[in-house]
Design a protein around this ligand. Structure first.
Ligand code: ADP
Ligand code: GLC
Length: 472
């Protein structure tokens, strides 16, 4: 069994903007069950609330480019695998990546620091066999490892993995960042970290990691094409031997209608009666209590970003709301998409309930109280909400891309292929026809509820990869 050190910018419940946090929050426990020793290093943000936080290292020096910093590390309850890098100058801010004005201007330093400080953490607290890095925020770790640290006995045999949760976020910075994060000028090459005149921290990870993973088999193929490759498809094709797609799992201790404490009534595939209570309460929570209970309710929970296909909903809205349905939306993200949903709500106020912001409890109540869950993503590396929906008996209507295509089939949901409002409309109409056939609908709900996406299957695949890297 191996010692695995993860580096990430998010981990639930300590810091979350999306599915990355769910994955890094849950995968460690599954790996521990398989016998691995696991530690996870994430930054200690202003909003990171850990039970009885405990400082476990004295401040240590990290020289990042021209400046020296003195972070330290905290942890939470005994035996927790989660460790928090404390450096208030960088992390004690309200947002994780930015605030209302946009991304923070020093994200190269903030995540360069995380990627470098992990080695000091490793020396003091946890000697890893494998450093498992998540997304661009940890992309410099494999690069530091291979360019500076391989000569050091501590890291001589250490392998690294870069997991792509979302290729759309490249960690792109200007050329000057190279020096700011302490990398030598010779790395500024097209086949190394240079990217369109600047540098990409994700590319650094993809070039230097011993193996690359992404979060569904389908997305692993897609990112090797120009359409989904964000300019890195050539690099990914050249590393296709080292690239695999491992589907995310789901933490059913958090996402399970039988035990969920955030929903007004629990239910199961055997006894669905609580779901009707959840629907009634959800309609009330959104001020839609006048809607008849036999009218289907469509739920959306989403980061509002170009990736998520919100524009298709706007395109389809006039025809869509000509159908007999209501919709509740919870989203947070880019102001232009928030505006788009306000526009839809204002055009159909009797049909649409909208909450802009981040609300974990409400995300659970939408999964439980909706009849259908809509995810029209332009691209989707894995997607977790549609898998949560299956367990909650909420039938997904999805665009067949990435993990959405891998997790939903004709027995459990509805798919469309073309990226257009019209294709979305046709898929929704098919779902509405099925809704009217109560027997068929209940069968679909139950089939979805019976599907198993628990973490163990994915953890076994990661485990196999770790073993292969360590014993080639
Ligand atoms: P992504 O990581 O691209 O955002 P996923 O489907 O993998 O997509 O994961 C999204 C996660 O974030 C889910 O746990 C979902 O419930 C949560 N989420 C997204 N937006 C919100 C929001 N506005 N409020 C609460 N939870 C949200
Ligand atoms: C990313 C992707 C999402 C995936 C999540 C966790 O944010 O957009 O599809 O489920 O990471 O891997």
């Amino acid at each position: 069994m191996s010692r695995i050190l993860m580096v990430s910018s998010e981990a639930a419940p300590y810091a979350k903007t999306g599915g990355l946090a769910d994955v890094v929050g849950a995968l460690p426990a599954a790996l521990q069950q398989l016998g691995h020793e696991v530690a996870v290093l994430i930054p200690r943000y202003a909003g990171t609330v850990a039970r009885s936080p405990r400082q476990v290292t004295d401040p240590f020096v990290v020289q990042l480019g021209p400046y020296a910093w003195r972070p330290s590390v905290y942890t939470t309850a005994e035996d927790s695998p989660f460790f928090f890098l404390d450096l208030p100058e960088f992390y004690a801010r309200d947002g994780i990546y930015g605030d209302r004005r946009g991304d923070f201007g020093d994200n190269d330093l903030r995540f360069g620091m995380l990627s470098l400080a992990v080695f000091e953490f490793a020396r003091r607290m946890f000697r890893p066999d494998i450093i498992h890095c998540h997304d661009w925020q940890a992309g410099l770790t494999p690069c530091y490892l291979k360019t500076w640290l391989t000569q050091e006995p501590t890291f001589y045999k250490t392998k690294s993995i870069e997991t792509i949760h979302n290729l759309g976020y490249l960690g792109y910075f200007g050329r000057g960042s190279l020096e700011r994060v302490g990398l030598p000028p010779w790395l500024f090459r097209t086949d190394l970290v240079e990217f369109y005149g600047g540098i990409s921290l994700l590319k650094a990870g993809l070039v230097y990691a011993d193996a690359i993973t992404t979060v569904s088999p389908r997305y692993a193929q897609e990112i090797q094409t120009p359409e989904h490759g964000y300019g890195l498809d050539g690099l990914l094709r050249s590393r296709s031997q080292d690239l695999i797609g491992i589907l995310n799992g789901v933490d059913y201790s958090t996402w399970n209608p039988e035990t969920d404490t955030a929903i007004p009534a629990n239910y199961s595939a055997a006894d669905l009666s609580g779901k009707a209570v959840c629907k009634r309460e959800l309609l009330r929570e959104f001020g839609l209590e006048h809607a008849p209970l036999d009218r289907p309710l469509v739920g959306i929970v989403s980061r509002l970003a170009g990736q998520k296909g919100s524009d298709l909903i706007l395109d389809a809205a006039p025809a869509l709301f000509g159908e007999d349905l209501s919709m509740v939306v919870l989203g947070s993200g880019e102001p232009s998409f928030e505006q788009m949903f306000r526009q839809i709500r204002d055009a159909f106020p009797e049909r649409v309930g909208l909450r802009l912001g981040y609300d974990d409890g409400l995300a659970h109540r939408i999964e439980a109280g909706s009849d259908m869950f809509l995810m029209p993503s332009r691209y989707e590396p894995c997607g977790l909400n549609q898998i949560y929906s299956l367990r909650y008996g909420t039938v997904p209507v999805v665009r067949a891309t990435g993990g959405l295509d891998d997790t939903i089939d004709g027995e459990t949901g509805f798919k469309f292929w073309e990226y257009s409002g019209y294709a979305l409309l046709l898929a929704m109409q098919a779902a509405l026809r099925a809704w009217n056939d109560r027997e068929r609908w209940t069968r679909m709900m139950r089939t979805g509820m019976g599907r198993d996406f628990s973490w163990m299957a994915s953890a076994v695949q990661y485990s196999t990869l770790y073993e292969r890297l360590l014993n080639p």
